[in-house]
Design a protein around this ligand. Structure first.
Ligand code: NAD
Length: 510
C-alpha cells in the first residue's frame, strides 16, 4: 500500500499510481486531452486522444470478440468478473485515491466508489448462474413454451465525470456475464481513472486465460465526438449513457433512429419532504450528507427540500448552522467533508443560480468561493437557499451544492411539488407516520425511480435497480433484473407431439 500523504503533489501521486497499475506510456502524448485535478487545478498528464477511425476499429474488435464471447458459458464469463473484482480488491486503495485526485471526492467517497465496483462484480458473479428464463403454460397439447436469454452484442458505455469508474462497472460487470463486450467512452474530464480501470481489467484478463477474446474491453479516450461514434455504430445494439439530460436529448433520438437500445441515466432534481412527525435529528444528518456530500455533484444529490410549516423554524436554522460549520478543503485531508467543484464552469453555474434565486427574493445562507487550492481550483461553500416559492432555478438541476428549501402545508401539496419538475430520479420523505410513508411510496406518491423513507435521496446499494423516470431517461442499472437490458430474449415453442394444433384454434388442413 502506498503512503498517501496530503502534502505529496497531486501530479506526482497520480503518475505513481498510474505507473504502478500498469497504465502504458503509450496512453500519454505531448498533444492530447489534458487530465486535470480539481484539487489544485493542475494538469496531471496529457492523454492521447483517439481518432474517430480508431474508435471505429475498437468497436470492430469488440464486435469480433462478441462472436466468440457469446459462446463461452455464462458461469465461465462470471469467472472473469470474479477476477476483475479480485483485482479491484487488491488495487482498491490506489484506484480510490486516483478517483479522489481526479474528481476531488473526499477519500472515503473515492474508496466507496471502488467498493461499489467490487459489490457489482460480486452481484454479477452470482447472477452468471441465474440468467433465468420462464417456462410458460401453452394452450397447445404436447408443446412446451419457454423463453431463453441470449447475449445481445457490443455494449457501449458513455459515462459522466462524477462517478468516473463506478458507472462503467455497473454496466460492464453485467454486460460481461451476459455475453456482451464493452466499449467505454468515459468523461473527457476523467481519463486517468478510466485508463487505470482498463489496466486493472487487463490484469484480470491475463489471469483468465485464452477463452477471453481480444477486444472484450475497449476504451475510447476523447470527447463527445467519440461518444457520437459509439451512438451511431450499427454494431453496438445497446448503449448505456450516463450524463446530463441535454446529453440524453442528443443521444436518444440517434439511438432510436437505428432501433438500438438506450439505457439512459440522466440528470436529477431530487427532493425530500420533512413532515411534522419526522425525527429531526436524523433528518438533519441525512439532509446534510445528501445535499453537501460529493460537493453536490451526485446525480442523486438532494436539491429541493419541502419542510412542513410546523417544523420549518426548528429545522432550517439548524441546517443553516450545519452549512456554516461544514469543513471545506483538500479532499485528501482527514476531516474534510466537502472538496472542490470539478471546474470553473461548475462554479460559475452555481453563482448564476444563486443570483437568480436572490433576484426572486430568496435568502441565501453560504455560497461563494473558498480561497484554497490556488487560482485554478474551485472550492465553494455549500448554499442553503430559503426560497419563497417553488420556482426559478429550483426547477432545474445545477450540478453544485445548492439546496433550495421552502414550506408546505399539506402532504398532498408536498408530493405534488416533489413531482413538479422534469427529472424523476430520487426522492425521500422523513416521517414516523406510517400513513405518510406509505402515501409517499404508493402509486399516487413520488413519481421517481427511487423513493426512500427516513433516508436521504443520495447514494444507492448495488442490489436495487438504479435509475429514474421522465427526463432522467427511464434506464435501470445494477441490481434487480437490470441485466435483461443487456440480453436478447427468444421465445421458443417446441412441439413434441405428432399433430400440429395451431394457436387460437385456427384450422389450416391441407
Ligand atoms: P455530460 O452530459 O456533460 O457528459 C456525460 C458524458 O456524455 C461524457 O462522456 C460526454 O463526453 C458524453 N457526451 C456528451 N454529449 C454527447 C453526445 N451528444 N453524444 C455522445 N456522448 C456525449 O455530463 P457530466 O457533466 O459529465 O455529468 C454530470 C451529469 O450527469 C449530471 O446531469 C448528473 O445528474 C448526470 N449523472 C446521472 C447519473 C444517473 O445515474 N442518472 C449518474 C451520474 C451523473
Amino acid at each position: 500500500m502506498r503512503d498517501h500523504t496530503p502534502a505529496a503533489s497531486v501530479r506526482a501521486e497520480a503518475l505513481a499510481i498510474l505507473s504502478s497499475l500498469g497504465v502504458p506510456e503509450s496512453a500519454f502524448a505531448a498533444q492530447g486531452l489534458p487530465a486535470r485535478s480539481p484539487i489544485t487545478g493542475e494538469i496531471v498528464a496529457t492523454v492521447r486522444a483517439m481518432s474517430a477511425d480508431e474508435a471505429g476499429a475498437a468497436i470492430g474488435r469488440a464486435h469480433e470478440a462478441f462472436l466468440a464471447w457469446r459462446r463461452v458459458p455464462a458461469p465461465r464469463r462470471g469467472e472473469l468478473v470474479r477476477l476483475i473484482g479480485e483485482e479491484l480488491r487488491t488495487h482498491k486503495d490506489d484506484l480510490g485515491r486516483l478517483v479522489t485526485l481526479e474528481t476531488g471526492k473526499i477519500v472515503s467517497e473515492g474508496l466507496g466508489e471502488v467498493q461499489e465496483m467490487i459489490d457489482i462484480c460480486d452481484f454479477a458473479v452470482g447472477l452468471s448462474r441465474q440468467l433465468y428464463g420462464l417456462t410458460i403454460a401453452t394452450e397447445r397439447r404436447d408443446h412446451r413454451m419457454m423463453e431463453t436469454w441470449h447475449p445481445l452484442g457490443v455494449c457501449g458505455v458513455i459515462s459522466a465525470f462524477n462517478f468516473p469508474v463506478a458507472v462503467w462497472s455497473w454496466n460492464a460487470a453485467l454486460a460481461f456475464i451476459c455475453g456482451d463486450p464493452v466499449v467505454w467512452k468515459p468523461s473527457e474530464k476523467t481519463p486517468l481513472t478510466a485508463l487505470a480501470t482498463q489496466a486493472i481489467v487487463e490484469r484480470a484478463l491475463a489471469r483468465f486465460g485464452a477463452d477471453a477474446p481480444a477486444g472484450l474491453s475497449e476504451l475510447l479516450i476523447g470527447g463527445r465526438d467519440l461518444g457520437e461514434v459509439l451512438v451511431d455504430d450499427a454494431r453496438v445494439p445497446v448503449v448505456s449513457a450516463t450524463g446530463s439530460t441535454a446529453m440524453g436529448r442528443a443521444v436518444a433520438p440517434r439511438l432510436a433512429g437505428r432501433f438500438a437500445r438506450a439505457i439512459l441515466e440522466l440528470g436529477g432534481n431530487n427532493a425530500a419532504i420533512v413532515t411534522p412527525s419526522a425525527d429531526l435529528g436524523l433528518a438533519l444528518r441525512a439532509i446534510a450528507f445528501a445535499a453537501m456530500g460529493t460537493a453536490g455533484q451526485r446525480c442523486t444529490t438532494l436539491r429541493r427540500l419541502f419542510v412542513h410549516e410546523s417544523v420549518y423554524d426548528t429545522l432550517v436554522p439548524q441546517l443553516a448552522r450545519a452549512y456554516a460549520a461544514v469543513s471545506i478543503g483538500d479532499p485528501r485531508e482527514a476531516g474534510t467533508l466537502v472538496g472542490p467543484l470539478i471546474d470553473g464552469s461548475a462554479y460559475e453555474g452555481m453563482e448564476r443560480a444563486l443570483q437568480e434565486a436572490r433576484d426572486l427574493g430568496a435568502r441565501v445562507h453560504g455560497g461563494g468561493r473558498v480561497a484554497t487550492g490556488g487560482a485554478d481550483a474551485f472550492y465553494a461553500r455549500p448554499a442553503l437557499v430559503e426560497i419563497p416559492a417553488h420556482t426559478g432555478p429550483m426547477l432545474r438541476e445545477t450540478f453544485a451544492p445548492i439546496l433550495y428549501v421552502t414550506r408546505y402545508a399539506t402532504l398532498d401539496e408536498a408530493i405534488a411539488l416533489n413531482n413538479a419538475v422534469g427529472a424523476g430520479l430520487s426522492s425521500s420523505i422523513f416521517t414516523l407516520d406510517m400513513r405518510e410513508a406509505e402515501a409517499f411510496i404508493a402509486a399516487s406518491g413520488s413519481d421517481c425511480g427511487i423513493a426512500n423513507v427516513n433516508i436521504g435521496p443520495s447514494g444507492a446499494e448495488i442490489g436495487g435497480a438504479f435509475g429514474g423516470e421522465k427526463e432522467t431517461g427511464g434506464g435501470r442499472e445494477a441490481g434487480s433484473d437490470a441485466w435483461k437490458a443487456y440480453m436478447r430474449r427468444a421465445t421458443n415453442t417446441l412441439n413434441y407431439g405428432t399433430t400440429l394444433p395451431l394457436a387460437q384454434g385456427v384450422k389450416f388442413d391441407i
